[in-house]
Write a protein that binds this ligand. Sequence first.
Ligand code: HPA
Length: 265
Amino acid sequence: MSTPTHPPLALAVIGGTGLYRLAELQDVESHQPVTRYGAPSGPIRIGTLDGHRVAFLARHGEGHSVPPHQINYRANLAALQALGASHVLALNTVGGITERFGPRVLGCPDQLIDYTWGRVSTICEVEADGRLGGEVLHVDFGDPYTPSLRARVLEAAADAGVALVDGGCYGATQGPRLETRAEIARMRRDGCDLVGMTGMPEAGLARELGLHYACLAIVANWAAGAGPDPDEVITLQDVLDNVAAASSGVPAVLRSMLARGPLQP
Ligand code: HPA
């Protein structure tokens, strides 16, 4: 079901850890599509935000039951596409590595490095009938996030008065455990500013599927050893508290993105 049979959506939003609903959506309908890649993490809620049709999917499921390495990223994106999505804004809860990205900061990275392994990371593979699935072999991924969608996010945040750091490199780790201090030190040397567990293969698959895709990263904690207290222990409660506080500006950014008119096709 890769051909959209639904009216186009203005925007699709994928929520990460701590972001399981978009309460501002009105007249919500739920969809449970099954794609050629299987079922998505949970129901896709489609409703209106200031009159614009918007879809929301909780990446880990609405009860946070799917860990990062077991998310069916292909099904999530294919389901959104089948429901009419062409532009996807990924909300990703992350740890901050470099000084600009302390807890509760929002960022819109422009680069990424993939440290994940063993995940299904492409739609391009030989299928049971012996034919190559997917239509592309080597997609350009020099700019992993769609520049025009990133620009829209940044302009929208500025309009809405929501502070957002422009740029930075997202390092995608395998999880579900957090990283060692040595791993974070290596990632810093590699040029990573942020660390999260869900940025890949999602961004690469979005590109293969022809979806416009950008990341709005929500910093939940200093990554291991990166903060002022190098011995700090990261707790889930801190993560959730910081995500709740930092994501209060997200609906205003979404509204402002939509108010600026249709996204570039
Ligand atoms: N590391 C990886 N993923 C994360 C982190 C982290 O420190 N915080 C939130 N998601």
